[in-house]
Design a protein around this ligand. Structure first.
Ligand code: ZN
Length: 401
């Protein structure tokens, strides 16, 4: 099966097998899980399922960024303890994923529990000169204000920029927009990302050995967790398209600095819009899976609504999208309720072909639609055919019918 690699824009083999490895960036646990998240994890769940179907030994790793600036800001703004907020939202995310039929990762690690691993990696980068310290402002750094924050030196990486393929000016603008700090005094390059943030008054901090007390940067967190779970090189680094830059550019650069190569393929999902804008926490136009579930919406209809769009396209959520998915699910269930039906071997083959071709879920859904249409209009007497379709829909598309 082949996938579109963001870095080259080409279709590439999804794995070299027999071990197939994937790292998909997890959530920062607040406002989890909106439909943009759902679309991303459902897309990579299709890949997971296609690899299993091909008989590969799959290792799927993910993380939860359970300490980071946006989480701390949200906790402070709402007066909730940040650890309580992170634990509640991480649990809600897991519930949503289970409801949507997303197979869980084999390795699932949080930022907080992996701090010693990250601190080691950052200390190594300092030792070999691929990272440097930046002096702190007055009042930061606790009893060791002389130990600065640590930043990666991206000028040392001649492959930097290959993931996103953007010019330096474009990346500086995006960096500022997406949580970076291009104007921080003392940095060698505006794009250099933070690896270790020293303690600040009112912020949580952990022992970083030679780094001093502090907490990890986001990009290095993913690099270290992916490397720890999957090794220095793995098949697919995945996430939403808004992670291409800076997150995946930086985390791949960090993987190289640590002697590995990170994801062989960079695979990204499109953005889900709502009421004319990209669904995002900052705009506040989120449709949450948990809200839909609370309203009694069948999560399998939500999954089908997501699958009706190719993972790389941008699309808009609205009531019509959900209604069409609910009708489709009901129609499939009716068609699959018989003992016999039209022959389904070619339907199974078509679902597999569609998924092998850059996870073309809409085409796979159309194959099931065609079988359901035939079953409902013409009938059929192939015993076990509905069972075959139901198992294919369950195993390959993750839709329980
Ligand atoms: Zn990540």
């Amino acid at each position: 099966m082949r996938l579109t690699d963001t870095a080259t824009g080409r279709l590439e083999p999804s794995t070299t097998g027999p071990r197939a490895t994937m790292y998909v960036c997890g959530i920062t646990p607040y406002d989890a899980t909106h439909l943009g998240h759902a679309a991303t994890y459902v897309a990579f769940d299709l890949l997971h399922r296609a690899w299993l179907d091909a008989g590969l030994e799959v290792h799927y790793a993910s993380n939860v960024t359970d300490v980071d600036d946006p989480l701390l800001e949200r906790a402070a703004a709402t007066g909730v303890d940040w650890e309580t907020l992170a634990a509640e939202q991480t649990a809600l995310f897991a519930e949503d994923m289970t409801a949507l039929g997303v197979l869980p990762p084999h390795t699932y690690l949080g930022a907080v529990e992996t701090i010693p691993l990250v601190a080691d990696a950052v200390a190594r980068l300092l030792d070999v000169g691929l990272a440097y310290r930046v002096p702190l402002e007055e009042g930061a750094g606790g009893d060791r204000p002389d130990l600065g924050d640590v930043y990666a030196d991206i000028s040392a990486d001649r492959h930097f920029g290959q993931v996103a393929g953007l010019t330096h000016d474009e990346t500086v603008a995006l960096f500022a927009e997406r949580g970076g700090d291009p104007d921080r005094p003392g940095k060698r390059d505006p794009l250099d990302p933070a690896l270790w943030r020293r303690e600040r008054p009112g912020e949580p901090a952990w022992d970083g050995g030679p780094l001093g007390r502090g907490r990890p940067g986001w990009h290095i967190e993913c690099t270290v967790i992916a490397g720890h779970a999957l090794g220095p090189a793995f098949d697919v680094q995945g996430g939403g398209r808004d992670l291409v830059f800076p997150h995946h550019e930086m985390s791949t650069a960090h993987a190289r600095a640590l002697g590995g190569s990170g994801g062989r393929l960079q695979v990204h999902t499109g953005m889900v819009g709502y009421r004319g804008e990209k669904m995002s926490k900052s705009l506040g136009n989120l449709v949450l899976v948990s809200d839909l579930r609370a309203r009694g919406v069948d999560p399998m209809a939500v999954r089908l609504a997501v699958l009706a769009h190719h993972y790389r396209t941008d699309w808009e959520w609205d009531d019509g999208v959900l209604e069409r998915a609910e009708k489709r699910l009901a129609r499939w269930r009716t068609a699959l309720s018989g003992v016999g039906g039209p022959d389904a071997e070619s339907t199974l083959a078509e679902i597999r072909h569609a998924l092998a071709d850059d996870l073309d879920a809409p085409r796979a859904l159309a194959a099931v639609d065609a079988w359901a249409d035939a079953a409902l209009s013409l009938g059929g007497d192939v015993e076990g055919a509905p069972g075959l379709v139901a198992r294919a829909v369950d195993a390959l598309l993750g839709v329980r019918v």
